[in-house]
Design a binder for this molecule. Structure first.
Ligand code: AHR
Length: 499
């Protein structure tokens, strides 16, 4: 192991943009055991009177989620929302084609709304643009958001929900560029359908915000042409463009995997450029922002088809230290791109490609759980434009990248700040000088670190707290300077306040 030096320059006047609270969202899909046995498990002794797993609820609250996207995902493109409302004993059991599972429909739109209230998050609903029609999309908005006195709003009341749900965020389809999607469309066909759907949805409720499906990932053969085409057609009816990406150490090249922020940042840059281009081409005054509404690591090869079982075990990845350090970089990218990225949802919130796993008798938290929790609870106010002088790490995929990946926030109202530092080297400690350049009297009031020697280390049911974020000794700030030693394979968080 060797040691090198770095300098980090922070200035609370050198800001990027306000951090949208909706960057700390999650995604819940009818897939595997996310809904059933994750969120909803009425037979479990760990469930409350509504059937919600209490330990999962507590963990979601603890993580500071702000928004949850639902009900899919690929599931969405074959879903008839009417199957999931009304008396439970009359809801159909269906063969669910996306994940080849049996869907009991015991959890649907109204249960989801109840769940959002319990977690204290905003709901984000999807409308089916695969097998669904623009009419069914508009009907769902009426069912959810119109107070009363019409067919669909009165049906909601008949279903026991007096007050409208007032759902503000709506995804107009899911990954419609993907041939794996039920009802997959070419870009122009999707753009036209999405435009008409959003138009009708807005006529039902002009206050809604709509999300256009962007490319499913940056490796799609149609990327970024898909995004440009769909945006050009649907621009004026949309508020966000969706991004999805699943990272993975598929070649077992940890050095490159730990530089994932490079790729993530490039993905945002390309779509930001596409947004600017289309806005100019359309001579529009309207702005569209990015909604990274599926992100996570996913590569360990668990099955994704359920053999027509109810709540099969699908994509139940166990995440290790290197995955947690990639999550930390992802969150750093969110802050650095906060001027264009306004919504983000980790896929998914429990059991399926998730850092939370349920068993009948308990809940396991993977290391990335602790990373997300720290950032979502501390990143407030504005993102800072941090300058870093750091040694480099050589990677196969991205050439030389800085050893440190850093973001920071500062809230002018509370005068609280935070700095998030990843040391992506596997061998080098970095003695890091942090220099606050604005002359304000501040101190570090808490410091945490998640670190280890083995990038493949995991938490297990038998040793569930091997990798957690631990409090570390608090570095003093003297004349605007603090020094700390960042070990290899580490994520360190500092919170600051006025003296
Ligand atoms: O989150 C799992 C799946 O990944 C979603 O259903 C789909 O949108 C994406 O391909």
């Amino acid at each position: 192991m060797s040691t090198s030096k770095a300098q980090v320059f922070l200035d609370t006047n050198r800001t990027i943009a306000p951090i949208s609270p909706l960057l700390f969202g999650g995604f819940a899909e009818h897939m595997g055991r996310c809904i059933y046995e994750g969120i909803y498990d009425p037979k479990s002794p760990l469930a409350d009177e509504r059937g919600f797993r209490k330990d999962v609820l507590d963990a979601l609250r603890d993580q500071g989620y702000t928004i949850i996207r639902y009900p899919g995902g690929n599931f969405l493109s074959g879903y008839n929302w009417l199957d999931g409302v009304g008396p439970k004993d009359q809801r159909p059991r269906r063969r669910e084609l996306a994940w080849q599972s049996t869907e009991t429909n015991q959890f649907g739109t109204n249960e989801f709304m109840e769940y959002c209230k319990a977690v204290n998050v905003a709901p984000m609903l999807g409308v089916n643009m695969g097998t669904g029609t623009i009419q069914s999309a508009a009907d769902l908005v009426e069912y959810c958001n119109v107070p009363s006195g019409t067919y669909w709003s009165d049906l909601r009341i008949l279903h026991g929900v007096q007050q409208p749900h007032n759902v503000r965020y709506w995804c107009v389809g899911n990954e419609m560029d993907g041939p794996w999607q039920m009802g997959h469309l070419e870009a122009a066909a999707y753009g036209n359908k999405a435009l008409e759907a959003a138009k009708l949805m807005r006529w039902q409720d002009p206050s809604i915000k709509t999300v256009l499906c962007g490319s499913s990932n940056d490796q799609m053969p149609t990327y970024p042409e898909w995004d440009r085409t769909a945006l050009e057609i649907a621009w004026e009816e949309m508020d966000y463009l969706s991004m999805h990406y699943y990272a993975g150490n598929r070649k077992n090249d940890t050095t490159s995997y730990l530089a994932s922020a490079v790729l993530l940042e490039r993905f945002v840059d390309t779509l930001e450029g596409t947004l600017r281009y289309v806005k100019a081409k359309r001579r529009s005054k309207h702005d569209i922002y990015l909604s990274w509404d599926e992100w996570q690591a996913w590569y360990k090869g668990d099955p994704t088809k359920g053999n027509w079982m109810e709540a099969p075990h699908l994509a139940e990845e166990f995440y290790n230290l290197e995955d947690a350090l990639v999550v930390a970089q992802w969150l750093n990218v969110f802050l650095r791109k906060s001027y264009v990225l306004k919504i983000a949802c980790v896929a998914q919130i429990v059991n399926v490609i998730s850092w939370l796993h349920t068993r009948s008798d308990g809940l396991l938290k993977h290391p990335s759980y602790y990373v997300f929790k720290l950032v979502s609870n501390l990143a407030r106010g504005e993102a800072l434009d941090v300058r870093v002088k750091s040694p480099n790490v050589e990677t196969r995929e991205y050439d030389a990248v800085p050893t440190l990946d850093i973001s920071a926030s500062y809230d002018v109202e509370t005068q609280n700040g935070a700095v998030f530092l990843v040391n992506r080297s596997q061998t080098e400690s970095v003695v890091t000088d942090l220099l606050w350049q604005d002359g304000q009297a501040i101190q570090i009031d808490q410091a945490w670190q998640l670190a280890g020697n083995d990038p493949k280390a995991v938490n297990t049911w038998d040793a569930s707290e091997e990798l957690v974020a631990k409090n570390i000794s608090i570095p003093a700030i003297d004349a605007g300077r603090a020094t700390l030693n960042l070990p290899p394979l580490s994520f360190t968080v500092l919170s600051t306040c006025a003296v």
